[in-house]
Design a protein around this ligand. Structure first.
Ligand code: SAM
Length: 356
């Protein structure tokens, strides 16, 4: 799903003040959002970053509360264009412009950030979103490749993968760490529930299964999830065709096994197999997630890893189906067989099976 929540999680490296001692970060900011600012002291070196970060948070909150104009006012002119945090501001400003229907302005804002050679993948990710909105799918595909390259996945561009809608990029930093330090089986048997256009599958083939050997089993209906109806209508070809093309472009297609159908049925066919890593990213309704979890648990080796995506996915109007309900129940019922490896604040939940 829209992995948009992955916005900015970290504070940024401190930057020297570029605005001089008289700059007032509260200028133009509504009083209830004003930041602590001591005009007598002025802005110390290093202070601007904290100020910029607070402004970013305030603008982000305003946008989240459907007040994009206010967010734009907060962001306006707050950062020198050569500051590293500028790319974050540019992305947020672009989101505000999009919320106001000013798509061309949003594209222009992000293209400027890209032209400066930013190493921030989020600029390219957002650019892909914007290109899609204006119907420039080829450009969206290229921007997604550029986002991947900045996340250390150069193969995406080198192999020419096509992702019209990427639901994977934001996971890459965590996956790099987990597969380097925790999920180290070699060869490795991986199972993926929900493959979409092959984002997580091609990364696994390029970075894990290909180098280590083993296999990747991908299960998908290739009909999209309930939230994908609008997206599928505009694709112009089937999900499965895009998936097949991307997998064929990896150097390891022979290690990938595609199974078409509902995971709640297909996983039963696999009862004689065992996996080191299972990724649950199919239907997000709680009634399906709980089935995927329980069926996967049986297929996981002792010491194997189960990863849930989008733990906070919500279904407005059907709150009983919110993904969290299934994951919370599963965690409670199987607590004596698992070690939880990620904090609840993460969008993905990684657990290790450890039966006594
Ligand atoms: C979020 S996408 C997967 C994204 C993919 N893992 C990636 O990182 O690129 C969810 C996928 O689950 C599939 N799906 C939905 N319900 C399913 C079900 N009951 N069984 C199998 N796949 C399903 C959809 O067709 C869709 O391709």
């Amino acid at each position: 799903m829209a992995k948009r929540g992955a916005a900015v999680k970290q504070r940024h490296a401190r930057q020297p003040c570029r605005h001089g001692p008289k700059a007032n970060p509260n200028h133009g900011i509504p009083s209830r959002l004003r930041l602590r600012y001591d005009p007598a002291q002025g802005l110390r070196e290093g202070h601007i970053d904290a100020v910029a970060w607070d402004i970013y948070k305030a603008a982000h909150a305003a946008l989240g509360s459907h007040r994009p104009e206010e967010a734009l006012r907060l962001l306006a002119g707050q950062q020198a264009p050569d500051s590293p945090i500028w790319s974050k501001f540019a992305c947020l400003e672009a989101e505000c412009l999009t919320a106001l229907g000013r798509y061309a302005d949003a594209v222009s804002m992000l293209e400027q950030a890209a032209a400066r050679g930013t190493s921030d993948y989020w600029v390219y990710y957002q650019l892909a979103v914007q290109y899609r909105l204006i119907g420039a799918l080829d450009k969206a595909v290229e921007a997604t490749r550029q986002a991947h390259a900045r996340l250390g996945w150069q193969e995406s561009a080198d192999h020419g993968y096509t992702f019209t809608h990427d639901y994977f990029a934001a996971n890459i930093p965590n996956w790099q760490t987990w597969f380097a330090t925790l999920i180290t089986a070699a060869p490795i048997a991986c199972l993926e529930i929900g493959s979409w256009q092959g984002g997580s599958a091609t990364w696994l083939l390029d970075k894990v299964v290909g180098p280590r050997g083993g296999r990747l089993t991908c299960v998908d209906t290739f009909e999209g999830s309930s939230e994908h109806a609008a997206v599928l209508a505009g694709l112009g070809c089937s999900l499965e065709q895009i998936f097949d093309q991307n997998i064929a472009r990896t150097r390891h297609a022979a290690l990938c096994h595609k199974l078409i159908g509902r995971s709640q049925d297909v996983l039963r066919w696999l009862h004689e197999e065992r996996f080191d890593f299972i990724y649950v990213d199919g239907a997000h309704e709680a009634k399906y997630v709980i089935q995927d979890a329980v069926l996967s648990w049986k297929l996981l080796r002792d010491g194997g890893f189960l990863l849930f995506d989008d733990t906070g996915f919500e279904f407005p109007g059907r709150p009983e189906q919110n993904t969290h309900a299934a994951i919370a129940a599963f965690r409670t019922w199987f607590a004596d067989e698992m070690e939880v490896l990620t904090p609840d604040t993460e969008r993905q939940l990684l657990v290790r099976k450890c039966r006594g």
